[in-house]
Design a protein around this ligand. Structure first.
Ligand code: NAD
Length: 504
C-alpha cells in the first residue's frame, strides 16, 4: 500500500491507496493507468491493468467460489449480517472513501461525503433488508400438481461501472448481486478505480468469503471485453455510455448472457407556468450542476413555458454564473474540475459549437472557467436555442452544460421532451395536478421527477426507456437480473402414467 498526500492546498489528509485486489497473475506489469488529479493536473497514482489473459483465472475463481464456497448456500440471515457489516465499515471509512473518490473524479468532497458515501452504505443495508422479505410463488389451480416457483442466484456476475459516481453506481449492482448469493467481478472505470478498490477491501474485511468478490482494473477494450465475452460469466450488470452498451450486448450475445444496461440520458426538465419558480430554479440548478453535471440523470434539456420563460431564464442564468468553481476539496466549491482531460476537451468542443453556431445563444459560460492556471475547470454553461433537433439538444454532453428552449405549452413541452433517442428520466415543475398527471402519463422516460430533483427510492425501479437502457436497478429489476427462476412441479397424489415400451 502506498501513502499519498492529496495534492490539494485545502487539505493535508492522507489516504492509503488500495492495492489492486486482483490475483497476482492478473496484474499487467507496466501496463496501467496513471491517474491525474484534475484540479492541478498532477499525476497521483498508477493502477496496473489486469491483463486480458487473466479473464480465465478470474472467471474460474468466481465459478469455484459460487459452486463450492459457502456464500451461495449461507442462510439469508447470515448473508444479510455480512452485508450490514459492509455498510458499517463503509461508514467507518467514510472520509477515506470520499477523499479517494474526490481525488479521482473531482466531484466536490462535500457531495462525496454528504451523499455518495452514505448512499453506498445504504445500498448494502437495503439489500440486506430485502433478503428477509424475498418470497417465491406457488400454484395449485391445476388440481393435479403443486407448482412452486423459486429463485436462485444466476451464478457469476460481471459488474461494469463508469467513472462519474463510482461508489454509488458500483455498490448498487454489487450489493444486489452479492445479497442474492452470486459471485461477482467488478470492473471499475480505468479513470476512477481507487474508491471501488478500497470498498472491495472493506467488503473482504467484512467477511465475504474468498473469491466471491474480485476486481479487474483496466480499459474496456482489454480486460472488460475479455470478461464480457467469457463463457463462464452468467450475467452482466453494465452502467455506462449507450455506444458501449450496444457493444457489450453484441459481445454477450455469443454466450447468451443475461444483460442489464443502464445507459446515457438527455433528460428533459419541464418548467410549467404553474410552477413555484424559485423552487424550480433551485431544483433545476441541482438537476444539471450537481455532481459537476457529469450525471446520466442530469436535467440537461430545460423546456420552459413561454409565460414564465424570461423570469425563469434570468434567475437560472444569474445563479449558474455565480456557482463557485474550483478545488473539489474546498468546502465552498460547488463545481469541481472535469474529471479528465479528454472529457474536458470534448466539452470545450461543444462550447465552441455553442459560440459559433447561430442556432445557439450563449447566456453564460461555454468556455474554460477563467482564473485557473491549471485544472480542467469548465465554466457552468447555459445556452438557449429554439430547435430541439440541434446537436446540443440531442447529444449527451455530460457536464455542467444546460440547454434551454422556450415552449408554447405543455403539449409542446411533452413533444420536445419525447423527441430524443434517450428516455432515462424527465423532470416536471408544476403545481397544477392535471398538468402533472398528464405529463406523468405521456413522458417516455423510466423515472419522472415531479417538483424534485433526483430523488431515489431503492424499492422503485430505476432505468431507461429507448436508448437509455434495458432492465432496471432497484427492485425488482435487480432480482430479475441476478437470479434465475426455477419451477418445480410435484403431483398431489401418485400418478398413473402411460406405460411406454411394454409392447412385444
Ligand atoms: P463508458 O461507456 O465509456 O465506460 C463505462 C465502463 O465500461 C468503463 O468501466 C469502461 O472501461 C467499460 N467498457 C468500455 N468499453 C467496454 C467493452 N467493450 N467491454 C467491456 N467494458 C467496456 O462510460 P463512461 O464514460 O465511463 O461513463 C459515462 C456514461 O455512463 C454516460 O453516458 C452516462 O450517461 C452513463 N451513465 C449511466 C448511468 C445510468 O444509471 N443509466 C449512470 C451513470 C453513468
Amino acid at each position: 500500500m502506498t501513502q499519498i498526500a492529496i495534492p490539494s492546498p485545502a487539505t493535508d489528509v492522507r489516504v492509503t491507496l488500495p492495492s489492486p485486489a486482483v490475483p497476482a497473475a492478473a496484474s499487467g506489469g507496466a501496463d496501467g493507468q496513471t491517474l491525474i488529479y484534475a484540479a492541478t493536473e498532477t499525476p497521483f497514482a498508477f493502477v496496473p491493468h489486469t491483463d486480458p489473459g487473466a479473464a480465465d483465472a478470474l472467471a474460474a475463481r468466481a465459478r469455484d467460489a459460487f459452486e463450492t464456497g459457502p456464500w451461495r448456500v449461507m442462510p439469508a440471515a447470515g448473508r444479510a449480517s455480512v452485508m450490514r457489516r459492509i455498510g458499517a465499515l463503509i461508514l467507518e471509512h467514510a472520509e477515506e472513501l470520499a477523499h479517494l473518490q474526490t481525488l479521482e473524479t473531482s466531484i466536490p468532497l462535500a457531495q462525496a461525503r454528504g451523499m455518495h458515501v452514505p448512499r453506498t452504505a445504504e445500498n448494502f443495508g437495503f439489500f440486506a433488508d430485502m433478503l428477509a422479505s424475498l418470497s417465491g410463488e406457488s400454484y395449485e389451480q391445476s388440481g393435479a400438481y403443486l407448482a412452486i416457483v423459486t429463485r436462485e442466484p444466476v451464478g457469476t456476475a460481471l459488474l461494469i461501472a463508469p467513472w462519474n459516481a463510482p461508489l454509488i453506481l458500483s455498490s448498487m449492482k454489487l450489493a444486489a448481486a452479492l445479497a442474492l448469493g452470486n459471485s461477482v467481478i467488478v470492473k471499475p472505470s480505468e479513470y476512477a478505480p481507487l474508491a471501488v478498490l478500497r470498498m472491495v477491501e472493506l467488503i473482504h474485511q467484512a467477511g465475504v468469503p474468498e473469491g466471491v468478490v474480485q476486481v479487474a482494473c483496466g480499459p474496456g477494450a482489454g480486460i472488460g471485453r475479455a470478461l464480457v465475452q467469457h463463457p463462464d460469466i452468467d450475467a452482466i450488470g453494465f452502467i455506462g455510455g449507450t455506444a458501449t452498451g450496444r457493444r457489450i450486448m453484441t459481445d454477450a450475445a455469443a454466450s447468451l448472457k443475461k444483460v442489464g444496461l443502464e445507459l446515457g440520458g438527455k433528460s428533459a426538465n419541464i418548467i410549467h407556468r404553474s410552477a413555484d419558480i424559485e423552487r424550480a430554479v433551485d431544483g433545476s440548478l441541482m438537476a444539471i450542476f450537481a455532481g459537476n453535471g457529469e450525471q446520466c440523470l442530469a436535467g440537461s434539456r430545460i423546456l420552459v413555458d413561454a409565460p414564465i420563460a424570461d423570469r425563469f431564464i434570468e434567475a437560472f442564468t444569474a445563479r449558474a454564473a455565480k456557482l463557485r468553481i474550483g478545488d473539489p476539496f474546498d468546502a465552498h466549491t460547488e463545481i469541481g474540475p472535469m474529471a479528465f482531460k479528454a472529457h474536458y476537451d470534448r466539452l470545450l468542443a461543444f462550447a465552441g459549437t455553442a459560440q459559433t453556431d447561430p442556432a445557439y445563444k450563449v447566456l453564460t459560460g461555454a468556455r474554460a472557467a477563467p482564473g485557473f492556471e491549471a485544472g480542467y475547470c469548465f465554466a457552468p454553461t447555459v445556452v438557449e436555442t429554439h430547435d430541439n433537433m440541434t446537436e446540443l439538444c440531442q447529444q449527451e454532453l455530460f457536464g455542467p452544460f444546460a440547454v434551454i428552449q422556450r415552449v408554447d405549452d405543455l403539449e409542446d413541452a411533452i413533444a420536445r421532451a419525447n423527441q430524443s433517442e434517450f428516455g432515462l428520466a424527465a423532470y416536471i415543475w408544476a403545481d397544477d395536478l392535471p398538468t402533472v398527471m398528464r405529463a406523468r402519463r405521456q413522458l417516455r422516460a423510466g423515472t419522472i421527477w415531479v417538483n424534485t430533483p433526483m430523488a431515489r427510492d431503492l424499492r422503485a425501479p430505476f432505468g431507461g426507456y429507448k436508448q437509455s437502457g434495458i432492465g432496471r436497478d432497484g427492485l425488482p429489476g435487480s432480482i430479475e437480473l441476478f437470479t434465475e427462476e426455477k419451477s418445480t412441479l410435484i403431483p398431489n397424489a401418485p400418478l398413473t402414467l402411460p406405460k411406454l415400451g411394454v409392447g412385444s
